[in-house]
Design a binder for this molecule. Sequence first.
Ligand SMILES: Cc1cc2nc3c(=O)[nH]c(=O)nc-3n(C[C@H](O)[C@H](O)[C@H](O)COP(=O)(O)OP(=O)(O)OC[C@H]3O[C@@H](n4cnc5c(N)ncnc54)[C@H](O)[C@@H]3O)c2cc1C
Length: 459
Amino acid sequence: MIPDQTRLAMTALTDLLGDRLSTGPSVLAIHGRDEAYSTPALPDAVAFPQDTAEVSAIMKICHQYNVPVVPFGIGTSLEGHVIPTHGGISIDTSRMTQILAIHESDLDAVVQPGVTRVALNTALRATGLMFTVDPGADATLGGMAATRASGTNTVRYGTMRDNVLALEVVLPDGTIIETGSRARKSSAGYDLTHLFVGSEGTLGIITKLTLRLFGQPEAISAATCAFPTVDDAVNTVILAIQSGIPMARIELLDDVQMKGMNLFNPDLNLPETPHLFLEFHGTSAGVKEQVDMFKSIATDFGVSDFQWASAAEDRNRLWQARHNAYYAAKALRPGCDGLVTDCCVPISALAECIAQTKDRIAASGLIAPILGHVGDGNFHLVVLVDPNAPDEIARAKALAADINHLALSFGGTISGEHGVGIGKKPYMAKEHGAAYALMSALKRAVDPKNIMNPGKIVD
Ligand SMILES: Cc1cc2nc3c(=O)[nH]c(=O)nc-3n(C[C@H](O)[C@H](O)[C@H](O)COP(=O)(O)OP(=O)(O)OC[C@H]3O[C@@H](n4cnc5c(N)ncnc54)[C@H](O)[C@@H]3O)c2cc1C
């Protein structure tokens, strides 16, 4: 049943957008769920704006009629972020795909929010520059900024926090603001850019991003290598990071995850023992030096079966397999859903935290492969659940809760990169204490009518 106020807003939105306001059942369904295990809920309509002025006009209408809105990039988030739990309008930015400027000499690019990370890198290919943040999915840059995403390269090049220089944002009442600038640093007032980075659509809609770029390295070498135990792999990572090897990528996949990798990627055919997937960037001499240092550390922890990939297509195949690791995990139990955890702990605590995690998985009796961006202290469980088995879902949630509390006990966080959405909200008070009330106060100040993605991050 659509509320009267929403009906009035939809009439005004149809006048504004014509058939770019959709109520088609399949369109509503796509905008009512995400990629992981969450209970779906449909929006009343989906708007497809093409530019900032249209986003502003949509927000003015929704503000006037007190209608909830949920910004939508491409829907790959994993914590129920885009699910319109309060109904209303899903604002899909997928038609805002212009790359507005590439400033080669300043190493930055200005883009609309619907540009995906792969599309930006394709456009950059001839320039010798690259955009480095790479969540597994080909997410939109607006969605990535809104979740403060990271990826396999983050250990070297940083998260979205480090790679967003400036934003244009439409506020809940339709006001358009600019935050930050193309300068590499600024001390001019509150850092509003980074208030919106990670705000998950709860404060405004990002309509333009200025992003930091890096030069493509002269030499790149990638490898996989196997370890007798997860502990050996993790201790290798800890020592490599503590020794200052500038790893470009260092990713853990445990033995259970490796079974899924081989099932999902029959060409991979790697031993089903814990693995690190690695990449080294630099000059040819620099890469060789890094590789030698890494090998000498890994040898002390029983490394074997190094398989190297230097040709671009071999490296791409390797990292595509890593990016599809979530689907590979799901291949272990066809028909299941994945409940994903996202702890991040200080690097010195990583081995103990993962060891205790493995004990808890064993005690739960559930299948939960471990993988992660371990160079950052960040690891995930993909807890495989039968979506039709409430008892199993309850056990999976209990396991996830346990792991979240474990990460906090090590001075870590419940979310290294996926964000809060609905799924991680119950842990926010414990992680942030009194600072969580300040987050609520900020939300009320920016969005007093609580129309921006209500129910996510804070109440
Ligand atoms: C296989 C797989 C692997 C993944 N691996 C990683 C990983 O390694 N690292 C990682 O960080 N994440 C990972 N993710 C999660 C996901 O890709 C990221 O959260 C991504 O940043 C979401 O982008 P999106 O375009 O899909 O955004 P959506 O899912 O559409 O939206 C995400 C959130 O951002 C808000 N939002 C979207 N666009 C805007 C906008 N223009 N303005 C304001 N708010 C907006 C939405 O309201 C929502 O709250 C993975 C997901 C999958 C499916």
